[in-house]
Ligand binder design. Structure first.
Ligand code: UDP
Length: 274
C-alpha cells in the first residue's frame, strides 16, 4: 500500500491546482483509436495518469437470450478496474461501484446510438481501467464512444464527458484523484455535443444553484473541446489505416468525418467514400 497524505491546499495562493493547472484546464489527453486487433472497435485514453482501454464487439447474437430486446440492440457495458489500477489492490470481483458505473456509462452512450437498427442483438462494450487517477467514468465514456465509432456502430455523434468539481470554494474541471478525494464535490457529466443535451449528470457534494449552473457550463465547454480531440483521433486512425492499405491522398482537408449528421463511421463506408 502506498502512503498518501492529504495535501495542505488544493488551490495555491496563485490560483493554481496541485498539478499546476488553471481551474478551467483539462489534464493532458491522449486518445488512440484501433488499439486492439481482435475487437470490432477499440480505443484508449490517457487523461493525466488515468489510463483506460475500451473494446467493442458486435452487433452480435445476445446470450443469455432472456435479455433480448425485440425493438433494438441491447447495449451491454462492462466497466472494470484492473487489480493493479489503484495503490490498494482492487479486489477482482465486480464491486457495486463497478456495476453502477457500467450502467451509468451505458446510459450516457445510448442516446447517441441507433440501436433500433439491430433488434435482438447485443453491442458489448468492455472498459478496462489500467490506471485510475480520478475521472475514470468520464474517461471511460470518452474512450467507449470512440471504440463504438471504430466498430462502425451507427451514431448520431460521439459523446464527450468530463467531471467538474469544487475545491477550496473554486470550481475545477477534470478532477484528479486528490481533488476528487479531498475536494468539496464532483459533477461528472456527458453531452451530445451537437445539441448540448446532457446524457450524464451526477452530483457528489454540495453546490449552490449558481455554482451548479456554472459547473455545468464549464463542463459543456470542456466537453466541446474533448469532442474536437475525439474527432481528430478518429480522423488520424482512418488516415493511418488508409495509408497502410496503400490508398493515396487521404489526409486532404475534404476528408472530414463531420459527425454532426447521422453517420456510420464504419470502415466499410469510409472506404467507399474514397
Ligand atoms: N478509486 C480507488 N479505489 C477504488 C475505486 C476508486 O482508489 O476501488 C479511486 C480512483 O482513482 C478513482 C477515484 O477513486 O478514479 C474516484 O472514484 P469515483 O468513484 O469518484 O469515480 P471516478 O472519479 O473515477 O469516475
Amino acid at each position: 500500500m502506498s502512503p498518501e497524505t492529504k495535501p495542505d491546499f488544493l488551490i495555491s495562493p496563485e490560483g493554481l491546482r496541485i498539478d499546476g493547472r488553471r481551474t478551467d484546464e483539462l489534464r493532458p489527453i491522449e486518445l488512440k483509436v484501433g488499439v486492439l486487433k481482435q475487437a470490432d472497435g477499440s480505443a484508449s485514453i490517457r487523461q493525466g495518469k488515468t489510463y483506460i482501454i475500451a473494446a467493442v464487439y458486435g452487433p452480435r447474437e445476445l446470450h443469455p437470450r432472456h435479455l433480448t430486446l425485440n425493438d433494438r440492440a441491447y447495449l451491454r457495458v462492462e466497466y472494470r478496474m484492473a487489480t493493479f489500477s489503484v495503490p490498494d489492490r482492487k479486489r477482482p470481483a465486480p464491486s457495486r461501484r463497478e456495476k453502477e458505473i457500467s450502467m451509468v456509462v451505458a446510459n450516457a452512450l445510448k442516446p447517441a446510438l441507433f440501436l433500433e437498427e439491430f433488434p435482438k442483438a447485443v453491442v458489448d462494450v468492455f472498459v478496462q481501467v489500467i490506471q485510475a487517477d480520478g475521472g475514470t467514468r468520464c474517461a471511460a465514456i470518452n474512450a467507449a464512444s470512440l471504440a463504438l465509432a471504430d466498430a462502425g456502430i451507427p451514431m448520431r455523434c460521439l459523446i464527450p464527458a468530463v467531471a467538474v468539481g469544487k475545491a477550496d470554494g473554486k470550481l475545477l474541471v477534470d478532477l484528479g484523484d486528490e481533488e476528487d478525494k479531498y475536494g468539496q464535490g464532483d459533477v461528472p457529466m456527458a453531452i451530445l455535443p451537437t445539441t448540448d443535451e446532457i446524457t450524464l449528470l451526477q452530483q457528489d457534494g454540495m453546490f449552490k444553484k449558481e455554482e451548479l449552473l456554472e459547473a455545468m457550463q464549464m463542463g459543456i465547454n470542456s466537453c466541446k473541446y474533448l469532442h474536437e480531440l475525439q474527432k481528430e483521433a478518429l480522423r488520424r486512425a482512418y488516415v493511418k489505416k488508409a495509408s497502410e492499405n496503400g490508398d493515396e491522398d487521404d489526409d486532404d482537408e475534404d476528408d472530414d468525418f463531420d459527425d454532426d449528421m447521422e453517420t456510420d463511421l464504419g470502415e466499410a463506408d469510409l472506404m467507399e467514400d474514397e
